[in-house]
Design a protein around this ligand. Structure first.
Ligand SMILES: Cc1cc2nc3c(=O)[nH]c(=O)nc-3n(C[C@H](O)[C@H](O)[C@H](O)COP(=O)(O)OP(=O)(O)OC[C@H]3O[C@@H](n4cnc5c(N)ncnc54)[C@H](O)[C@@H]3O)c2cc1C
Length: 405
């Protein structure tokens, strides 16, 4: 029978980062993935290591710490993660949005982000593809971008280099516990004895939680993305719109029309090959990863109202991914209260790429030393912050869409 100090379940960006950081510390680790590396959300997302799209406070503090680690990862990992520090912008169309963004930017500055509001002319100078009728934009020189698949593979290969043992095409089917402590993981390839299990299963984390008798409030929030043919450099850094920020944090303020129901908001970036990634939606549609004509049309219409030249560029494909959404928008990190050795590392919603580095570091420190050395309030990230009686509405919206959990 196999055994290991720690078993990480999930070969997405979070599981691979955790495995990398554990193995680098010399901890014996097995990484289990039911399909292949980056076959889940980490292979169906954008490439933003954006700080401006984070809520001021703990969310942004974590992202600031995380993105700081990327230049070192770019040097350290054997895979080119295509990290660039090109800055990012949030385009603003209306007076109302300007006022909201003014307050948002103010609070982000207090958390340590360099960010400013630019009027129309200044915004157009930085991003000439913007429509002439925008009001302005925010700009942060600290925003970056990274190739999410290369980053996941980079962590994976790095983990292997430091001795992590991967088990791909292997599914976890059960968790065994003795006297309130994790003792083994049951897989389609047999049993593995271990004291630590890391649940890094993204939107599937609740299914693995059930195997240990633990309820985990994470539901899939679908995002649809359009990919264009490669074009010469058009967009500098990554771009969101003010509506995107509302759709992410306060969707109830979007109103009740079709665009609001789809959670339409602009995310726009250009890959190294020149393809444009145009997003997106925020929808509760269960585990359905199909794209829909209705949403793709709405994404394009909205995007072209902010960046008109997009109308003339050919689309080559579209895809959808599932963001692991929690009730308060923060990930769930750390040991479960009622089961020693069961460590959560999931629920990063639309921020898992940006937060992957810090998540790996925190979880590896918890396993190696019992606590993180970073100045982070882990209570606010714990599973126990959610009280069962407060979650009824959350699960109801999940059940309405026929989720598998
Ligand atoms: C459209 C879209 C755009 C996004 N854009 C960005 C962005 O620009 N920047 C950013 O920071 N974030 C972005 N995100 C969010 C980011 O992609 C996610 O937060 C991140 O990928 C989650 O990673 P994960 O490792 O937790 O989950 P996943 O990548 O889904 O990995 C979980 C893995 O667990 C495996 N698994 C599940 N159950 C089992 C089991 N029983 N046994 C073994 N393996 C199992 C799955 O097969 C899967 O591979 C975006 C997301 C979407 C959908």
């Amino acid at each position: 029978m196999k055994s290991s100090d720690a078993v990480v379940i999930g070969g997405g960006v979070i599981g691979c980062s955790v495995a990398y950081h554990l193995a680098k510390r010399g901890i014996d680790v097995i990484l289990i993935e039911k399909d292949d590396i980056a076959s889940g959300t980490s292979g169906a997302c954008d490439k933003a290591a954006l700080l401006q799209s984070k809520n001021p406070g703990l969310h942004l503090e974590m992202a600031l710490e995380s993105v700081k680690l990327f230049p070192e990862l770019q040097r350290e990992l054997d895979t080119d993660i295509e990290f660039k520090n090109n800055g990012g912008m949030i385009v603003i169309k209306t007076d109302e949005q300007w006022q909201v963004m003014q307050g948002f930017v103010e609070r982000q500055r207090k958390t340590g982000l360099k960010v400013e509001l630019l009027g129309r002319e200044q915004a157009l100078e930085r991003q000439p593809a913007f429509a002439r009728d925008i009001l302005g934009a925010t700009y942060s020189p600290m925003d970056g971008e990274v190739n999410p698949i290369n980053l996941t593979l980079g962590f994976f290969r790095g983990a292997k280099k430091y001795g992590a043992r991967p088990l791909l095409s292997t599914e976890v089917k059960g968790i065994k516990a003795e006297k309130g402590k994790v003792s083994a993981v049951l897989t389609t390839d047999g049993e593995i004895l271990t004291r630590f299990v890391v649940n890094a299963c993204g939107v599937y984390a609740p299914i693995v939680g059930r195997m240990a008798g633990i309820d985990i409030p994470i539901i899939p929030r679908r995002g649809q993305i359009i990919v264009t043919e490669p074009v010469p450099p058009l967009i500098r850094g990554d771009v969101n719109c003010a509506r995107y920020i509302t759709a992410k944090f306060k969707p109830e303020l979007l109103g009740n029309d079709d665009n609001a129901r789809l959670g339409i908001g602009l995310s726009l970036g250009q890959t190294e090959n020149g393809n444009l990634l145009i997003g997106g939606t925020r929808e509760f549609a269960g585990y359905d990863t199909r794209t829909t004509h209705r949403a793709l049309r709405a994404i394009l219409k909205h995007a072209a109202s902010l960046v008109p030249v997009l109308k003339d560029i050919s689309i080559i494909r579209s895809f959808a991914g599932l963001r692991p959404y929690t009730p308060d928008g923060l990930p769930i990190l750390g040991e479960a209260e009622n089961l020693k050795g069961f460590i959560m590392a999931a629920g990063h919603e639309g921020d898992g790429i940006a937060l992957s580095a810090i998540t790996g570091r925190i979880i590896s420190e918890i396993i190696a030393c019992g606590r993180t050395s970073l100045n982070i309030d882990m209570e606010k990230l714990s599973l126990s912050r959610f009280r069962k009686e407060d979650l009824n509405g959350f699960w109801e919206s999940n059940n309405r869409h026929g989720n598998a959990v």
